[in-house]
Design a protein. Structure first.
Length: 505
């Protein structure tokens, strides 16, 4: 709540002054532009510096979301409309340049096709309060605007937006009470894939000092695959994948192209291979420039070796997707065999031998959890270690109370736990709108204390990972430090390379 007796604070940024609000012991600024709207001549271009403004700009409301699919994590109603998509929001204990508090910068997930920093589930108040630090959330372009391969446009425009936001943080956060020399980036799912990408991007070097990647997706497109997917996306509109053809198309029409293609992607498995069943036609592209190599290659070669890393995953990642498809617990042997043949590095027989008592449903969920999130996350930690960096690994094993506990420790459960937003966005599904239990509140507090301690000191409260003891933090009702629990899967994937996904045909 705002306090009418406290005057709204004004902070001077490089582009002009902004007025925030005092809320519940914090000062909050919303919707501050960090780049020019990427429309008109700037459509599909790298982000451009925001133009200075005169007077004081009110920073009371979140900026409009970038054009996107509207899914369970999509923005709620009553958000502002417009093309000023590239904005940041700040929660700070006090906007005092002398404070020099640690800074945490959140990057949302959403399959690279949806997401908005103004979503209620990303209310960062509790993180800023509990950690006594500054939290920044940002918008970046998603879908075709941010990630589709378009001739005449730079690749990975959404990642370039994130770099521009981090440059804004470097240049301006001190005025809000933050320390530009103590910045931690953190994100989940596509946000974790973005964090992994930033660790590998020369353009992002020096812009952050610690990183937290929650459920890193293993899907990175090769340039050839991205070109082919981009061609098919544009063909949905009867156009070519060029700036000249697409620049005048309403952004909403580009969103529709992705929406109509997504459910038909499995038909392209002979060309797009493992990418086809993901039903998202967007991923970071290993283009050789913006993203020179995959994050695993980059970290193994020593890129970002000075950046400490937390990386981990949830035990039952894929269960969210089977639940959303209405197939929870209903996967039969034929479908499980198909998934094992497509994803298992040693083939179907290797998984069946490693999990002899697993049902078809469990094998289906296990191999997809391993391929898409668990093993990419673990391998990122090991790549960082081999390149001279330090990683702390975790696994979330606490089960969501929704659906009678049948969702398990599914994908995205860590988000409401971290933010304490149990009755917003996916929290409504995972907690069914119920008040969180004492157990949930304790685990939520544990998440925030570990993450903010890491941002402040580099120590989340458990040992760094190594390839001898393989100690990880298991986050459950009774958190424990133990050797990595998914040893059977780890062995199956040992030596596997998460390369850029190829174009097959």
């Amino acid at each position: 709540m705002t306090n009418p007796e406290v005057p709204d604070p004004v902070v001077r940024t490089a582009a002009g002054s902004v007025r925030g609000r005092a809320e519940d012991g914090l000062t909050v600024f919303r919707g501050i532009p960090f780049a020019e709207p990427p429309v008109g001549e700037a459509r599909f271009a790298a982000p451009r510096p925001v133009r200075p403004w005169a007077g004081i700009r009110e920073a009371y409301a979140f900026g409009p979301p970038p054009p996107q699919d509207m899914g369970v994590a999509g923005p709620p109603g009553a958000l502002p409309e417009g093309d000023d998509w590239l904005t940041v929001n700040i929660w700070t204990p006090v906007p005092d340049p002398a404070a020099r508090r640690p800074v945490m910068v959140w990057i949302y997930g959403g399959a690279y096709k949806l997401g908005h920093s103004g979503s209620p589930g990303y209310d960062a108040r509790r993180i800023a309060e509990d950690g006594d630090l500054v939290v920044v959330t940002l918008n970046y372009r998603v879908g075709m605007e941010g990630f589709a391969h378009i001739e005449g446009a730079p690749a990975n425009r959404g990642l370039l937006d994130q770099v521009a936001a981090l440059e804004w943080v470097r240049d301006n956060i001190a005025a809000f009470g933050g320390d530009p020399d103590l910045v931690t980036v953190f994100g989940e799912s596509a946000g974790a894939g973005s964090v992994a990408s930033l660790l590998a991007m020369p353009r992002a070097a020096g812009l952050f000092h610690r990183a937290i990647a929650q459920s890193v997706p293993g899907t990175f497109f090769s340039d050839a695959l991205a070109r082919d997917v981009g061609t098919v996306l544009a063909a949905e509109l009867g156009l070519r994948p060029t700036v000249a053809d697409l620049a005048a198309v309403d952004p909403a029409e580009l969103v529709k192209a992705g929406q109509t293609l997504a459910p038909r992607m499995p038909q392209y498995v002979d060309r797009w291979g493992q990418a086809a069943p993901t039903v998202t036609p967007y991923s970071p592209v290993v283009d050789g420039d913006v993203l020179p190599v995959t994050p695993w290659q980059a970290l193994a070669s020593g890129a970002s070796r000075d950046v400490d890393l937390i990386v981990g995953h949830n035990r039952d990642e894929n269960r969210l997707f089977t639940a959303m498809a209405g197939k929870l617990g209903q996967i039969g042997d034929e479908r499980a065999s198909k998934a094992l043949r497509l994803y298992a590095p040693g083939g179907e027989a290797a998984y069946r031998a490693a999990y002899p008592d697993a049902s078809a449903n469990d094998l289906y969920e296990r191999v997809q959890t391993d391929w898409l999130f668990a093993m990419p996350s673990l391998h990122l930690a090991e790549a960082h270690l081999s390149g001279g960096g330090r990683s702390h690994v975790y696994e979330l094993t606490w089960s969501a109370p929704g659906s009678g506990g049948a969702l398990g420790a599914c994908h995205a459960l860590d988000v409401p736990l971290l933010f304490g937003t149990f009755q917003a966005d996916l929290g409504l599904l995972l907690f069914e709108g119920a008040a969180p239990s004492a157990e949930a509140l304790a685990l939520s507090s544990r998440f925030r204390s570990s993450w903010t301690s890491f941002a402040r000191t580099g120590d989340p409260g458990w040992p760094a990972y190594d390839t001898e003891r393989r100690l990880v933090q298991v986050l459950d009702a009774e958190p424990v430090v133990t050797p990595y629990p998914e040893e059977a899967s780890r062995r199956l994937w040992e030596g596997y390379e998460f390369a850029a996904l190829p174009l097959l045909g």
